[in-house]
Design a protein around this ligand. Structure first.
Ligand SMILES: Nc1nc2[nH]cc(C(=O)O)c2c(=O)[nH]1
Ligand code: SF4
Ligand SMILES: [Mg+2]
Length: 269
């Protein structure tokens, strides 16, 4: 410690000072303790941190407060709803340094962290700094990243993340194919051996698209999860039969949305 004064990090090279853009909730960063509601580790207690910003603009996105800013041209299915307005970026986004965010996450005892968004891989330097700050607090941390699968993860991200929950977007999302399907990113996730692929299914055409992607990118069928579309238990159940049949026939895994059943479509749950 004797040289601490001469070697003190400047803010530029101290990883804990890397800033992340996080969804703002109740005046602070959106960090919450809940059960993983989707994917391969469904049911596991986890601390979620929701980063802001997304490169896609799904018409049915349920976290549109991470990207649908005032003054942008993006279309959302809620546009038709009385009272729906685009969001003021300043109200919805908070910048937090990795060290402070790590301390807030570590105030919960759970050592599984789900980094979600928005699209977290738009902020890879920040995500790496956050994981390092957390592993400095406890080497036990396990990290999952929820991603739309359009960005190639860096070597630093690949090394640290335990599980990628990749949710590629289909035509029903309203995004252009050239934006939602990025072959270099698919290849990287497949090669990582750490990815599960989860698709939201609302119609038979969606299954055709999934089959096409499985074929094109060599997705491991046993790691492909099909999730019935819906933001309520009733809506999910309406698409259930289609998904059950496809799983039994083709070897995909059925994925429910546990959090919607347990907590409803409520923010930060
Ligand atoms: N409980 C719970 N599980 C989740 N799994 C993925 C989520 C997400 O929004 O990315 C999510 C979420 O928002 N809540
Ligand atoms: S990729 Fe995810 S966060 Fe981005 S717009 Fe689509 S659903 Fe929303
Ligand atoms: Mg969600």
């Amino acid at each position: 410690m004797s040289d601490s004064q001469t070697t003190a990090n400047t803010s530029a090279d101290d990883p804990a000072s890397v800033m992340l853009k996080v969804a703002r909730y109740e005046g602070g960063p959106e960090v919450f303790h809940t059960l993983q509601g989707e994917g391969a580790s469904v049911g596991a207690p986890a601390v979620f941190v929701r980063l802001s910003l997304c490169n896609l603009h799904c018409i049915w996105c349920d976290t549109d407060y991470t990207w649908n800013w005032e003054g942008t041209p993006f279309v959302h299915e809620n546009d038709a709803k009385a009272g729906y307005q685009k969001f003021r970026k300043d109200d919805q986004l908070i910048e937090v340094d990795a060290g402070s965010l790590a301390r807030e996450i570590a105030s919960y005892e759970t050592r599984r962290v789900v980094i979600t968004g928005g699209e977290p891989l738009l902020q890879q330097e920040g995500v790496v700094a956050l994981m390092d700050a957390l592993r400095a607090i406890s080497p036990e941390y396990v990290f999952e990243v929820e991603t739309n699968g359009t960005r190639v993860p860096s070597a630093e991200v690949l090394e640290r993340v335990n599980q990628f929950n990749v949710s590629p977007k289909l035509a029903n999302s309203g995004n252009k194919e050239s934006q939602r399907i990025r072959s270099e990113a698919f290849d990287a996730f497949v090669a990582s051996g750490k990815a599960w692929f989860k698709f939201v299914i609302a119609a038979p055409e969606d299954l055709d698209e999934v089959r096409g992607l499985v074929e094109r990118f060599g997705l491991p069928v046993a790691r492909v999860m099909l999730m019935p579309e819906g933001r309520s238990a009733e809506a999910i159940d309406a698409h259930r039969e289609l998904v059950i049949e496809a799983c039994l026939r083709e070897g995909f895994r059925f994925a429910d949305r546990l959090h919607l059943r347990l907590f409803g479509a409520k923010r930060a749950t």
